[in-house]
Design a protein around this ligand. Structure first.
Ligand SMILES: C[S@@+](CC[C@H](N)C(=O)[O-])C[C@H]1O[C@@H](n2cnc3c(N)ncnc32)[C@H](O)[C@@H]1O
Length: 294
C-alpha cells in the first residue's frame, strides 16, 4: 500500500504484473483500458469500495481488484447474473454461463479474497446494497434504460470524489454513450471527466461540478461524443456516412493513454490528499440521517 497515495515505482510494477493477468483473462477490455481501471482501483480518492456491474469472465474485475490489492484497502463488488444469452454478449459458444470461468479466473489471479461476487442483476441488488463507493464501473446492460438505471440506482452510494466509469461510450452502443453524455457530461454533479479508450469517466462532485472550468471542459467533451449518438442509434454499423461521421468525430474526443500522475493532478482529493476518510465518514453520516428522515 502507498500511504501517500501517489503513483510510484511500486504501483507501476504492480500494474505491469496485473496486466499480464488481465491478458490471460478473456473479455472485453483493451490494455489501455485495463491500465486505467488499475489506476482507479489503486488511486481513486476516498475510503470505500469498488462496484463493478458486468463482470463477464473477470477481465475488468482483475484490473480493478489488482489496483485495490496494491492499495491495501477495500474490495470489489462484482455483480453479474452470469447467464446467457445476454443482450451484451449473445455468443457464449454453446455455454450457458460465465460463472465457472469467472471464479476460476479470479482464483488464478489470486484475488478471490478481494472480490465479492454477486450472481445477480444489478437492479436486484441495489435496494439492499449497503456500501460506500469510491469507484462505480458500469459495463452491464448497454441499453439507455439499463445504463441509466445503473447510474441512478447506485449514485446514492457514491462518496463525494468517487469516480464513475462507463464502458463502450465511444463505440456503437447507443445506451452507454447517450447516458454518459446526457447524465454525466451534462450534469453539474460531476467535475473532471475524460475518456480512455472507449471508457468514459467523471468525478462525482455534488455541488461543485457547476464550476465554470469543470462545466466548460465537460461540455467540450460532449460535442464530439454527442456526434456519435446518431451513428450508434442508427443500428447500421460503421458503413457509409456513419463511418465518415465516426472517423471525423471520434478522434476529436481525446481517448488516449491516461498518465497516472497527471490524472491525479486533475481530480479533487478533498481539502488535502489525506482527507478521504474524513469526507467519507461525513457523507456516510449525512446519508444515514437522510434515510432516517425519509
Ligand atoms: C460486456 S460484458 C462485461 C465485460 C467485462 N467487464 C470484461 O471486462 O470483459 C457485459 C456483462 O454484463 C452482464 N449484465 C447484463 N445486464 C446486467 C445487469 N443488469 N446487471 C449486472 N450485469 C449485467 C452480462 O451478463 C455480461 O456478462
Amino acid at each position: 500500500m502507498s500511504p501517500d497515495r501517489t503513483w510510484n515505482a511500486s504501483a507501476e510494477d504492480a500494474r505491469r504484473k496485473a496486466l499480464d493477468q488481465v491478458r490471460r483473462t478473456p473479455g472485453y477490455l483493451s490494455d489501455r483500458e485495463a491500465r486505467f481501471l488499475f489506476l482507479l482501483g489503486a488511486l481513486a480518492p476516498g475510503s470505500g469500495d469498488v462496484l463493478e456491474i458486468g463482470s463477464f469472465k473477470g477481465r475488468s474485475t482483475v484490473a480493478l481488484a489488482s489496483g485495490v490489492q496494491w492499495r491495501g484497502e477495500g474490495i470489489v463488488h462484482a455483480v453479474d447474473p452470469h447467464t446467457a444469452p445476454s443482450p451484451t454478449d449473445p455468443d457464449l459458444k454453446g455455454s450457458t454461463t460465465t460463472w465457472d470461468d469467472f471464479t476460476d479466473n479470479i482464483r488464478d489471479a489470486g484475488l478471490t479474497s478481494l472480490v465479492r461476487a454477486q450472481r445477480a442483476f444489478s437492479q436486484d441488488i441495489a435496494p439492499a446494497f449497503g456500501g460506500l463507493l469510491r469507484v462505480l464501473w458500469i459495463d452491464g446492460e448497454h441499453t439507455t434504460t439499463g445504463a441509466r438505471r445503473d447510474l441512478t440506482l447506485f449514485r446514492p452510494f457514491l462518496i463525494p470524489g468517487a469516480i464513475v466509469a462507463m464502458h463502450d461510450v465511444l463505440g456503437t452502443w447507443e445506451g452507454s454513450l447517450r447516458v454518459f453524455c446526457e447524465d454525466v457530461l451534462a450534469g453539474d454533479d460531476f467535475g473532471a471527466a475524460g475518456f480512455c479508450g472507449s471508457i468514459g469517466w467523471a468525478q462525482f462532485l455534488p455541488g461543485q461540478g457547476g464550476a465554470l472550468g469543470h462545466r466548460f471542459r465537460r461540455r467540450l467533451l460532449a460535442i464530439p461524443a454527442g456526434q456519435l449518438i446518431p451513428v450508434a442509434a442508427s443500428g447500421r454499423g460503421l458503413v457509409g456516412l456513419n463511418k465518415l461521421r465516426y472517423k471525423i468525430w471520434r478522434p476529436l474526443a481525446p481517448h488516449g493513454e491516461v498518465n497516472p500522475a497527471r490524472w491525479l493532478d486533475r481530480i479533487e482529493h478533498g481539502t488535502t490528499r489525506g482527507s478521504g476518510p474524513r469526507l467519507t465518514a461525513c457523507w456516510g453520516l449525512l446519508r444515514r440521517s437522510d434515510e432516517a428522515g425519509s
